[in-house]
Design a protein around this ligand. Structure first.
Ligand code: ADP
Ligand code: MG
Length: 350
């Protein structure tokens, strides 16, 4: 083959690099919501408002009352690999924030029309910046409440191949609602409000404890059927100690799907197969095999004993000793279930 026929090797233009990278972080509107919620929580928000339109494809807007971004840093906030949360490799081992890659806002701004308005509480004026798949625009001052609002319009407007993969609005909205619920479950002290096409679909007050929040999300009608568990597991066979805090649905309220299960590890919502499995095992023999437990399980353990950075969306976790973690969780949940009189209630509880 003649060398002339071969495509030459070329470095990709920066925008294309960002768009490709965005694919890892931003798959659909709910991934935008997840990233913006993480930023709001990291900023110390006590109340977060999420507005979505048309399943989030037309608009996702997240407003918080957190620490804000100084006007002179707004441009940086939107640039790739720019973060206020990580400084050096040592910091990576002790990440206390949900974000640290400095990728989310840059990724989103490469595939959508983004506007950020922010005012740190100590500043008199807010500042706004816009970016839509190109370089960021100028920073403009304006009046706005303290905190940050990030508005994301027309997701994938410049990446038609990705836009085509979006599902119908109700499906995309369903994922957004699930994402907000997961975050709200994990951050009970933070107030959340979600609207879709202008209608309030979820309203959770600030200052709840994990039980109150769990019941509010799993369903107030289930309150009597949710068992509370709060246990410090000392750890065994080399496993590190772990606090297991959970709401466990009585076996008779088991569902056909596992979507009524919420897990968090060190304050991070996770969707992890090992955890789903450990929970299911705790109910073994107590509910029909085709039913799935209703539960919220929060784990707190030594950050060194678990890696939450396995995946760019950080949904999976890797325990240093997966077998031991699995056994601890299963045993703690099972013991709590067995401590209860699990005879199904024959008459409705009143
Ligand atoms: P990361 O969260 O990994 O640092 P992001 O791209 O999500 O990366 O955000 C970049 C930076 O912008 C953050 O490190 C933070 O300083 C700032 N930022 C983003 N969202 C907010 C917010 N809601 N409130 C305050 N600062 C924010
Ligand atoms: Mg972030």
């Amino acid at each position: 083959q003649a060398a002339a026929d071969r495509a030459s090797i070329q470095t990709l233009p920066p925008l294309l690099v960002d768009q490709i990278a965005a694919g890892e972080v931003v798959e659909r509107p709910s991934s935008v919501v997840k990233e913006l919620l993480e930023n709001a929580v990291d900023a110390g928000a006590t109340r977060i408002v999420i507005d979505a339109e048309e399943g989030g494809g037309a608009l996702v807007r997240v407003s918080d009352d957190g620490g804000g971004i100084p006007a002179d840093q707004l441009g940086l906030a939107l640039s790739p690999h720019a973060t206020s949360k990580l400084r050096d490799a040592d910091g990576l081992a002790a990440i206390a924030t949900l974000g640290f890659r400095g990728e989310a806002l840059a990724s989103i701004a490469s595939v959508a029309r983004v506007r950020v308005v922010s005012r740190p509480p100590g500043e008199e004026l807010a500042a706004a910046i816009e970016q839509a798949g190109g370089p960021p625009g100028p920073v403009a001052p304006l009046a706005a409440p303290a905190g940050t609002t990030v508005e994301v319009r027309d997701l994938f407007f410049n990446v038609p191949a990705r836009r085509r993969f979006l599902r119908a609005a109700p499906t995309e909205y369903g994922r957004i609602a699930a994402t907000v619920q997961q975050s709200a479950m994990t951050h009970p002290r933070v107030g959340f409000r979600l609207t879709h096409n202008g209608r309030v679909t979820l309203e959770l007050p600030a200052g709840q404890d994990p039980w109150e929040r769990g019941v509010a999300i799993l369903g107030r009608d289930l309150d009597d059927a949710l068992l509370r568990l709060d246990r410090d597991e000392p750890g065994w066979k080399g496993a590190s100690p772990m606090r297991v805090l959970a709401l466990l649905g009585r076996p008779e309220i088991g569902r056909a799907s596992s979507k009524f299960q919420h897990f968090s590890v060190n304050g991070r919502p996770v969707r992890d197969r090992q955890l789903v499995h450990a929970l299911k095992e705790a109910y073994r023999g107590l509910m029909p095999a085709d039913r799935q437990p209703v539960a919220a399980v929060h784990l707190t353990l030594d950050p060194a004993a678990v890696d939450v950075n396995v995946h760019p969306t950080k949904a999976e976790v890797r325990f240093r000793d997966a077998g031991a973690a699995h056994s601890l969780i299963r045993a703690a949940c099972r013991e709590r279930l067995l401590a209860e009189d699990l005879t199904p209630a024959l008459h409705p509880r009143t």
